[in-house]
Write a protein that binds this ligand. Structure first.
Ligand SMILES: Cc1cc2nc3c(=O)[nH]c(=O)nc-3n(C[C@H](O)[C@H](O)[C@H](O)COP(=O)(O)OP(=O)(O)OC[C@H]3O[C@@H](n4cnc5c(N)ncnc54)[C@H](O)[C@@H]3O)c2cc1C
Length: 436
């Protein structure tokens, strides 16, 4: 039976919409497949914090989780949701709430890579009385969670004040958790110091890529009140925090790292390179990025030596040495080499700079070397850093390079051994959820 022209008149728009939908669906699937292949080829590791695991038997490929993920880390491949860009996942957990079929669970670690999470009570105190943990170190990432936990930890600490000659608390770290804890400590009139190893405010936020949009939720900050934003650029957020510090007179000891934490009768001693503090309580709000590994060479203390690239533009026209062999080193070298007038040299202890980084970074690095935009010394070690030179040892010979800046990307030392040393119980998670 043939359809009348009126039938076609009504059906045609539906067919157009359907074709359009199918085309978009196919494009998205192929995009997700490419992302997944890139991830597998490049050995991109599993996320360091909370991340989703999707049960393929329950997933019907609705794509609700894909749309809900603010970091675009999920995709539909062969009709099922998958974590196609694990390095983008930061544990928002929006995927799990969005799935209509309860196919998404949120877990820590994977079978291959365990994640250490310290045991923390609902008061944020650990099994060691007086040692508190807030923020990402306790397992839960996200700005708003850190802000919430930091101030709640202080509520308990305020009931356990120190004796004479002792601080009530040393707050270690000035990321979202340490910042809100410091405001809460000030509001509660506690005797406290806040230590931050970096020279600026913000913790992980300080290191987000330029103009990254931070997704968050309205939150309550001590002294300041309600912070009512869902989306804010990294720069705006840092500006807000810095203005708050000025307005409230909050004192943060920047560039002062906690080197060690020792238990003594009735409290703790926190040692830094500058001094030591006696305190009844210590709040560790140190996140999970660890302390950057140093080179331990003469001249490293100069301000031109940094441990992470923040802004490539600032190196325009300069001679820069990048030290390291992973993605951070490759990305730092590539972005600085793209700036006008730069001379970029990479010094790598083995030859991993050509094997370890993501496929895309490896290819770009090779091209950079071929085009003589980047010079790479493999099996090389930095010997010393002068005011306008840097000396590396390669093939047993000293090579003296002109140098204005050094970016050291040699990884970090994680806090787990320090936690275990002071007796904090730590569990290793291999793809399980935190007990509720
Ligand atoms: C690329 C990226 C994008 C992200 N995007 C978002 C987002 O959009 N929304 C969101 O909510 N979350 C996001 N997150 C996660 C969020 O930034 C973190 O969960 C949050 O910053 C954790 O806060 P924190 O205070 O626990 O730790 P951190 O922010 O890591 O701060 C810890 C601080 O402690 C300091 N420290 C460490 N050791 C010592 C020591 N020994 N002595 C002194 N100081 C020390 C560190 O220097 C650091 O400043 C993102 C994370 C990354 C990496």
């Amino acid at each position: 039976m043939s359809m009348s022209w009126q039938g076609w008149y009504y059906l045609a728009p539906l067919l157009v919409v359907l074709l359009f939908y199918l085309r978009r669906h196919r494009e998205r699937e192929s995009h997700a497949r490419i992302k997944l292949e890139e991830t597998q080829k490049s050995n991109i590791p599993e996320p360091l914090t909370l991340h989703p695991v999707i049960d393929p038997n329950k997933c019907l490929g609705s794509g609700a989780c894909v749309r809900a993920c603010p970091e675009r880390s999920l995709g539909i491949v062969k009709g099922k949701a998958m974590l196609v860009a694990p390095d983008h996942c930061i544990g928002h957990g929006a995927c799990a709430s969005a799935c209509p079929f309860e196919a998404v669970s949120l877990v820590f670690g994977t079978e291959k890579r365990g994640i250490d999470i310290p045991q923390v009570k609902p008061t944020f105190e650990t099994n060691v009385p007086g040692i508190f943990i807030a923020g990402e170190l306790g397992g839960m990432g996200l700005i708003r969670k850190g802000v919430d936990q930091g101030q709640r930890a202080i509520q308990t600490i305020a009931k356990k004040k120190g004796k004479d000659g002792q601080l009530d608390v040393v707050i270690v770290g000035a990321g979202p958790a340490g910042f809100s804890a410091s405001l809460a400590a000030k509001e509660a009139g506690l005797r406290f110091v806040t230590l931050e190893q970096e020279d600026g405010m913000g913790g992980s936020v300080y290191h987000y890529p330029r103009r990254k949009l931070a997704m968050t939720a309205p939150m309550q900050l001590p002294i300041v009140g309600k912070f009512n934003r869902h989306e804010i650029s990294k720069e705006e957020l840092l500006e807000f925090w810095n203005k708050t510090i000025k307005k409230t007179g909050l004192k943060i000891h920047f560039s002062e790292r906690m080197d060690s934490l020792q238990r003594i009768s009735g409290g703790f001693i926190v040692k830094t390179p500058k001094t030591e503090y006696k305190a009844a309580n210590v709040l560790l709000a140190i996140g999970r990025r660890g302390t950057p590994r140093k080179l331990g060479v003469p001249g490293e203390e100069q301000p031109k030596v940094v441990y992470r690239l923040i802004d490539a533009e600032q190196y325009r026209g300069q001679h820069v040495l990048v030290v390291g062999g992973g993605d951070s080193a490759a990305e730092a070298a590539l972005s600085i080499a793209a700036e006008r007038g730069t001379t970029v040299t990479v010094s790598c202890r083995g030859d991993e700079i050509f094997t370890r980084p993501k496929d895309k970074n490896r290819q770009l690095l090779k091209q950079g070397v071929e085009k003589q935009k980047i010079t790479v010394y493999v099996n090389a070690n930095v010997k010393e850093i002068g005011t306008d030179t840097a000396t590396i040892v390669h093939d047993g010979k000293d090579i003296v390079l002109k140098n204005d800046a050094v970016i050291v990307c040699a990884g970090g030392t994680l806090p787990t051994p320090m936690l275990k040393e002071i007796g904090v119980l730590v569990d290793t998670y291999y793809g399980q959820a935190l007990p509720t």
